[in-house]
Unconditional design. Sequence first.
Length: 304
Amino acid sequence: MTGGKIVRVLCFGSLNIDKRYLVDHFVRKGETLSSESYQVFGGGKGLNQSIAMARAGVPVWHAGAVGADGDFLIRMLKEAGVCTEYVRVLDQQCTGHAIIQNDKEGDNCILLYGGANQAVTREHADQVLKDFGEDTILVLQNEISELAYIMKTAHERGIKIVLNPSPMDQKIKELPLEYVDYFILNEVEAAGLTGIKLTVDADGVAAAERLRERFPGAAVVLTLGAQGSVYADSETIIRQDAYIVDAVDTTAAGDTFTGYFIAGLLKNSDMREVMDQASRAAALAVMRPGAAPSIPTAEEVRGF
Ligand code: RIB
């Protein structure tokens, strides 16, 4: 990582109540489907990534918003060691939530309602960002409001920015992407972001190089599910295999990878080691149900 030393992480991101339904297959248009089980978990890409980074052992502040029904998510962050002073409780909003169908192969499909996540304001962003500067890396996903403003303000304060452009939508293209230092994305997000239909070759390296050319100021991590992942910056390309395990639930596997990758950056470990640890952590996450509870501790990752 170039510039001054980064010692802490600010994740400005979503907090969701995840309602997980185990199904035989994903519900089809016009179909009514009974589910086999129902569980409620803490989730949201922001919360999951904050918990992954804290479990990986780096100092994390989470900023975002919940409704009055979201107290348990704040507790969950605190229990993982995340600082929560910038999480607002908005009494007029409900907490964001996700309806997650999970099939027997461990795959999922997710329906989101943003709720309080979409009530983040510029005033909230200013209140948070004034307390952070060049010693901070900011982690963003696409589940809160005012992302462009947050990115611009953070950039003016010399804060490095990681963008995980998930879930992908048209609004992402309007963000000031030139301020991003690290993109962490899968091939669908990469195609949505660049408009380039990436042909992922056998190892994904050519696709990662094309992304780098499109965003020359940034490093890129392209995640390819069971095909592994690729890291590319101006000097290095690293190809990482996925650890193949029996999948129970893939929810939050990408968030776990992202969290462990960023924690690795802060610890200034060797980049090959960073990619390997992130892949191990993601493999452990898919072996367990749910989002936040599936995220492993650093000790579990070392022992895997
Ligand atoms: O990445 C998984 C997460 O996506 C879930 O926890 C859900 O809340 C959605 O944000």
